[in-house]
Design a protein around this ligand. Structure first.
Ligand code: 13P
Ligand code: ZN
Length: 307
């Protein structure tokens, strides 16, 4: 069907062209949330957390974000339309019904996201029943959302519930010190939390709930997505052993800051331990000091991790 401006658009009367072949919607590259998304990708690369295509990022849009995007997010196809990609039953997210998420593309290099936002990101919408997603805009050179989409979706659903709707960012990075530490520590929440809390006083204040730890699993699998989501119900950060970490938060600063704090504490511990000939450093924050700092700041530490 020829439009007055000469362009061709799929006719809504031709069923095979509905949804699957729709004109690329404009990508909201100048929206503040897109700029903030790009900054995290660049900052994470500068920290050394994103070799090659390592790591990924997602953001759940507010209703104001959606309104600001205007027409680029309109035109939700009907249920059953081929534009909807079904999710496996274990990755269904009814709690995210109708929500829009910005997520990095599978295989994209975080280092280069800011240079090509429409090609590096997918803006996806979750179906009304939580059982499918569709591409609203982005992926301008093709491709798919991150291979860790199941973990991002389940993480958003679980953090939305745990934070009464506040949490919007899910960030995955290959932080070197966390990965190195995971070759030394057992995959145990108490062991990890105590090492991190006890080498830097700020840690118990930043993550009083401790960190969850997922034992090694295949990346991109439903298994790792489910295990992570289970821990994210009560933690904002989870370690993936011999792989990296997921950190969540209400905004980009919160998620990035949490990732940074945990990675820095892991690095300090490794440095101190190496400087001590590989043995446990002798002067760590004590349980009494942990309790004192928590009492003074009105923070409740995870009781399983403090004696
Ligand atoms: P993607 O490129 O698919 O996002 O995968 C990167 C990664 O870190 C997998 O765990
Ligand atoms: Zn990864």
């Amino acid at each position: 069907m020829q439009q007055p401006d000469g362009s061709l658009v799929p006719s809504p009367d031709v069923p095979s062209l509905r949804g699957a072949v729709r004109p690329a919607a404009p990508f909201p590259r100048d929206a503040p949330f897109v700029r903030a998304f790009a900054r995290v990708c660049s900052d994470g690369f500068a920290q050394g957390w994103h070799e090659a295509n390592g790591g990924n990022l997602s953001y759940r849009l507010t209703s104001d974000d959606v309104a600001e995007c205007g027409d680029s997010l309109a035109g939700e196809p009907p249920e059953g339309d081929p534009a909807w990609h079904a999710l496996p039953p274990e990755a269904r997210v009814p709690g995210l019904a109708g929500q829009f998420l910005l997520i990095s593309r599978a295989g994209c290099h975080m280092r280069s996201v800011a240079d090509d936002l429409p090609g590096s990101c997918a803006l996806v919408q979750v179906a009304r029943d939580g059982g499918a997603w569709r591409l609203a805009c982005g992926l301008s050179h093709g491709g798919r959302p991150s291979s860790e989409l199941p973990t991002h979706l389940l993480a958003h659903a679980v953090r939305l519930r745990a934070s009464a709707g506040a949490d919007r960012v899910v960030y995955h990075a290959h932080c070197p010190s966390v990965i190195a530490l995971s070759t030394l520590l057992p995959a145990d929440e108490r062991a990890w939390t105590r090492v991190l809390w006890r080498c830097m006083t700020e840690c118990v204040i930043v993550f009083p709930e401790g960190v969850g730890v997922v034992p090694w699993k295949v990346p991109g699998s439903l298994d790792i997505a489910r295990a992570s989501a289970g821990l994210l119900a009560t933690h904002r950060a989870v370690v993936w052993t011999q792989h990296g970490m997921f950190a969540t938060g209400q905004d980009f600063d919160a998620a990035f800051g949490l990732m940074h704090t945990i990675e820095k504490a892991a690095s300090l511990y490794l440095t101190a331990r190496a400087a001590n000939g590989g043995a446990e450093p002798p002067f760590l924050v004590s349980d009494e000091q942990l309790r004192a700092v928590c009492a003074s700041l009105g923070v409740e530490p995870n009781p399983a991790c403090v004696d």
